[in-house]
Design a protein. Structure first.
Length: 203
């Protein structure tokens, strides 16, 4: 296998980006890009830290990532498993990347910037759901915003219901935990209890 080791070698293979690939980049959330943000119920949040990289799924009602202004995003940190991998990274390395996905659409939205965490009481109250406040809010200073063309989702045929898989074809969370822990954690009881526990701790 021939390994590419320089940017010159890479550019010799791929050539220059098309003009549209450069024109689409903004340094703030434009009205058009804001419409994508407001419709998205799901993002992937990429962070980096001393232990390495992390990419974390985040989801909530459409528009859960909001604008404080065209250069600043707000993301409430909802309840999870308390690993806080993304938050640990942000505290030590503010660089983040986000990918916004909208069900049914091919184009996605990408945002890069620098983040910090806030526990400002007014912010936490602003994002409360059913009386449950997030424990922190991620503030992101926007540096780059651009749409990603639809080829990847078209190739994946992502929204085709005929390609949906039966969950029964895959190991459950309880089974995976049991296999990883020599049956000390997880198992059938974990799977039985989890749906109601998730419902009660959604926010």
């Amino acid at each position: 296998m021939t390994k590419i080791t320089t940017i010159a070698e890479l550019e010799a293979i791929y050539g220059a980006p098309l003009p549209a690939a450069m024109v689409k980049v903004a340094d703030h959330v434009t009205p058009d890009y804001g419409r994508y943000m407001a419709a998205s119920p799901f993002i992937a949040l990429a962070t980096a830290g001393p232990e390495g990289l992390d990419c974390s799924p985040r989801g909530d009602g459409p528009g859960f990532v909001t604008l404080a202004d065209p250069k600043t995003l707000l993301i409430p940190d909802r309840r999870g498993n308390n690993r806080v991998d993304s938050l640990r990274n942000i505290v030590r390395d503010p660089r983040v990347g986000l990918l916004f996905i909208i069900p049914g659409l091919g184009n996605t939205l990408r945002i890069n910037g620098k983040a910090h965490l806030s526990v400002d009481p007014d912010l936490l109250t602003r994002f409360a759901v059913d009386g449950q406040k997030p424990r922190s809010v991620i503030l992101i200073g926007v540096e780059q915003v651009y749409f990603q063309c639809a080829r990847a989702i078209m190739r994946a045929d992502l929204w085709n219901p005929a390609l949906h898989r039966d969950p029964g074809d895959f190991p459950t969370a309880g089974q995976m935990l049991a296999n990883l822990s020599d049956n000390k954690v997880g198992g059938a009881d974990y799977d039985r209890i989890w749906p109601e526990r998730a419902r009660q701790t959604m926010w």
